[in-house]
Design a binder for this molecule. Structure first.
Ligand SMILES: [Zn+2]
Length: 235
């Protein structure tokens, strides 16, 4: 099984129905966000617990402790009658893994991609936009035929979707640089300009997206930030 879910009774009974009496051998966890990892203890508490494997993120994994066996980039994982290759795809989360099935050119891609929308890069949880874009490039270079994301439907045209993500971030970056050169200097001011008319409940998400860009631009030396988180374009 890929990802442990959240451990509600409904999920555990759906798991039993899917297994139909076959023991669960292992759970590969794509990353330690709540909706992927918090169900692990509930699964571990059942009879004949499976192996749990992920790239370790110790301070985060401690929230939902199970005896994780560490996975590393490039490692081969025996899964049923086949083999998956571990692909470290950080950005959405530092420990984010995808699993590559070479025979069918299928990537189990966790939260790397979601059909019809962009992926959240939570700066407060060590999200890293530059790493995310590098992960997208890396996945493109694998030339996958389909992506099986953790959320939403199968993506059976990966290349245009992934290139679309890269284009979208480039465009957003341009808008943010433009906003700053017009005098916006805080994440909130930038959000107000770039996401004009956004519903109030979506503003925190937009703000976090803008911060992910600001961190990247600052690290690249294209922006500078003073102590109060005011940004300006590097002269
Ligand atoms: Zn996630």
């Amino acid at each position: 099984m890929i990802d442990a879910g959240t451990g509600e009774p409904e999920h555990l009974s759906a798991l039993d129905a899917a297994l139909a009496g076959t023991p669960l051998a292992q759970v590969l966890v794509t990353h330690a966000h709540t909706d992927h990892a918090s169900g692990a203890p509930a699964i571990a508490a059942r009879e004949g617990p499976p192996r749990f494997r992920k790239m370790l993120w110790p301070e985060r994994d401690a929230r939902w402790p199970v005896p994780y066996e560490p996975l590393a980039d490039g490692e081969e994982v025996a899964a049923g009658d086949t083999t998956l290759v571990v692909v470290h795809t950080p950005g959405h989360a530092p420990d984010h893994l995808s699993f590559w099935h070479a025979g069918t050119r299928t990537l189990f891609c966790g939260d790397l991609a979601v059909k019809g929308t962009t992926v959240w890069i939570p700066a407060h949880l060590q999200g890293d936009l530059a790493a995310y874009l590098a992960s997208i490039e890396r996945v493109l270079s694998l030339a996958p035929e389909r992506l099986l994301p953790a959320h939403g439907p199968i993506i059976d045209d990966p290349a245009p979707v992934l290139r679309g993500y890269l284009a979208h971030r480039r465009e957003r970056e341009q808008q943010i640089l433009e906003a700053i050169s017009r005098g916006d200097s805080t994440p909130d001011e930038i959000v107000a300009r770039v996401y004009r008319g956004l519903k109030a409940e979506l503003i925190p998400l937009a703000r976090e997206g803008v911060i992910a860009h600001l961190v990247k631009l600052e690290r690249e030396g294209r922006l500078r930030r003073d102590a109060d988180s005011w940004y300006s374009v590097t002269p």
